[in-house]
Design a protein around this ligand. Structure first.
Ligand code: ASP
Length: 349
């Protein structure tokens, strides 16, 4: 790294931005100045760091699409002045935010690294410092020609750098809270940080960064379980204004073969509702048509979500529905990779 490299730290909230009140022992939000006072090491980094803070900083359970727009706009507004960006974010919905922002930032050619922590910055055993320092180093990492090593939206957590729209929060307790189940890690931090740039998306240098913040949250998630009742499915599919459904099916994309279930789904797709089938399993892909129990889904017009995470399927649907009124275009784009969020398996029946 050299002195010229600059990184913008965007403080949005979450556990990482909290400290223990010495008087009460309770966790309370720290202000920007107090947060930075816990990170004196920032001055020692050979990187120029600037910070911008959301006001108020929020618990990530309060995140909604307008928050994603704010993150995307903050990056756009500072884009030309920085080489990389680190977004400090609560862990609970970080995978949703990283996914949503990956769709909003178009022609990205610089690293945007999301990170947070399981323990507040102001606690002795906190994992915050390690995550922040690594994230900054990664956001500043360039090759010999001065090109960023990982110019995409990522999540760094406890030793691993992952493609943001492939991540899921998997533990409330472990420091290793995030995992990319269906795509390899983009870097691993040990004594040195080992990068795997061949796995990263190429930098989009041909056109300047633009943001596309259109979004429509008229979506729902329908999670199947044995014994699910027709009235429950019917109620969920008849929500006024509903345009998209993420169906969390069993195994490789299977669902009950009951006639009523098929009819409900078919009626919904006939009304133009886009239904995307993802698996309740964390690893692997939906393979529609592999079992008889997914044939009906195909016949009903349900789309394969392949190996997309829930977080990506939801935010991708919102993004596409926000951009296109025509459900056929949404269906077509849902089945393509926008920025590495899905592995399409064309040969699957
Ligand atoms: N509830 C917190 C949040 O997501 C949890 C955390 O940051 O770890 O904002």
């Amino acid at each position: 790294m050299n002195n010229e490299i600059s990184v913008l730290l965007i403080l949005t909230g979450g556990t990482i931005s909290m400290g223990e009140d010495p008087a009460t022992g309770a966790l309370t939000p720290l202000g920007k100045e107090q947060m930075l006072s816990y990170l004196p090491e920032l001055d020692q980094l050979p990187v120029k760091i600037s910070t911008v803070s959301f006001d108020p900083m929020i618990d990530s359970s309060d995140v909604d699409p307008s928050f994603w727009v704010k993150v995307a706009e903050t990056i756009r507004d500072h884009y030309d002045r920085f080489d990389g960006f680190v977004v400090l974010h609560g862990t609970d919905t970080m995978a949703y935010s990283a996914s949503a922002v990956s769709f909003m930032l178009q022609n990205l050619s610089k690293p945007v690294v999301f990170t947070g922590s399981q323990l507040p910055l102001g606690m002795l055993r906190s994992d915050a410092k390690e995550n922040v320092m690594n994230a900054i180093e990664i956001a500043a990492a360039q090759d010999d020609n001065g090109k960023p090593l990982i110019p995409e939206v990522t999540v760094f957590f406890e030793s691993y750098l992952m493609r943001g729209n492939r991540t899921t929060k998997r533990s409330t307790d472990n420091f290793s809270a995030f995992k990319s189940y269906n795509y390899p890690n983009l870097a691993k931090s040990g004594v040195h940080i080992k990068y795997f740039p061949m796995l990263a998306l190429p930098a989009h240098n041909a056109a300047p960064l633009s943001i596309n913040t259109q979004s429509d949250n008229n979506v729902t998630v329908l999670t199947l379980f044995p014994g699910i009742r027709e009235e429950v499915v019917a109620a969920q599919l008849s929500v006024k204004g509903l345009r998209g459904v993420v169906l969390k099916s069993f195994g490789a994309g299977n669902a009950p073969q009951a006639e009523w279930f098929y009819k409900q789904l078919k009626a919904a797709t006939d009304r133009g509702i886009v239904i995307v089938n993802i698996s309740q399993c964390l690893t692997g892909s939906v393979e529609m048509g592999r079992y008889e129990t997914s044939l009906n889904l195909q016949k009903a017009g349900v789309l394969s979500g392949y190996d997309m995470t829930l977080e990506t399927a939801v935010t991708k649907l919102m993004h596409l529905l926000g951009n296109y009124d025509d459900s056929n275009i949404v269906r077509q784009k849902m089945s393509e990779s926008i920025c590495g969020e899905v592995s399409i398996q064309k040969n699957v029946k």
